[in-house]
Design a binder for this molecule. Sequence first.
Ligand SMILES: [Zn+2]
Length: 139
Amino acid sequence: MKTSIHLAASLILAALLYPLFSWKALLVLTGGVLIDVDHYLWYIYKYRKFNLLDSYKFYFKNMETNNFTNVMGILLVFHTIEFLLLMAFLSFYYESVLAFTIGLLSHYFLDVIFLYSVPKRIITNHSIISWIVKNRIKH
Ligand SMILES: [Zn+2]
């Protein structure tokens, strides 16, 4: 999903939650937008390059022309069930993490809409454990 759509949805959600969380509602933006930094982290891990513009091109320009084959099975650490479970657990103890997790869920929701409508299949690996197991078998 495009960053601008994540940002717009997160801004609306943060505004709606402001009466409940006050300034902590800004953390909805962190969970709703900034978690996509894991795309860049994967790019650095995979290609050992730090060029942000090249990373952007890799994901948003080449992806659709390659029918997403260049990103099949990659691990986006903030888009995993383990990360969600950790954030859900911490949400019971910290209000700020709860605000972050609400943003995170809205991000996942929009990503699911994207996956359903554009590639029409699951692309990345959504479990750290599954990714480790699969990659151990390959090597
Ligand atoms: Zn995402």
